[in-house]
Design a protein around this ligand. Sequence first.
Ligand code: NI
Length: 200
Amino acid sequence: MSKAVKFRIAIAFALAFVAVVTYVMLPTSLDRRSGVVPQGSFGGSFSLLDHNGQRVTDKDFRGAYMLIYFGYTSCPDVCPLDLRFMTGALNELGDDGDRVQPILITVDPLRDTPAVLADYVAAFHPRLVGLTGTTEQIAAVAKSYGVFREKEGEAADLAAAYLVNHTAVTILIGPDGKFVRVFSHGSGLGEIAASLREIL
Ligand code: NI
């Protein structure tokens, strides 16, 4: 091998390394703790408003698996990607996918009103349910599902654009209301579909 070829190979490896490091670090820098997968068993009761403004509780979903993602509609990148994977996995399952209820619980209840959620969920999946509530209700449900959320910066003004750091995980709850498993951020469509196929 000539020196020039060796040099080019070394450069290629260096670029690949930088790409991998960037890929691993990027979600963390965007959503500081999004990569942290909560350990343990999560779940619990909630009473929230759906995207049609109807009050729903966790018990309304008994008999179906709940696939719950915590996120918010103004999230620039992490949430849309995870929601695409989640809903794409359900489509992949065909009729079996109908046994799973996809749910988005907002971590940004001040901006994510039922009307805002209605537009958002429709863009992802016809059966995706958006849930919101008071700040206190959302804080309680996030806590019981092991989800960290924190508004970035000091902008308390609703009109101001702000980001919300949040744990980016998808949580699967069984038809009996019991915790099944967590999918970490970046779990691909194929991984989610394969796992659900095994469980269903
Ligand atoms: Ni997000």
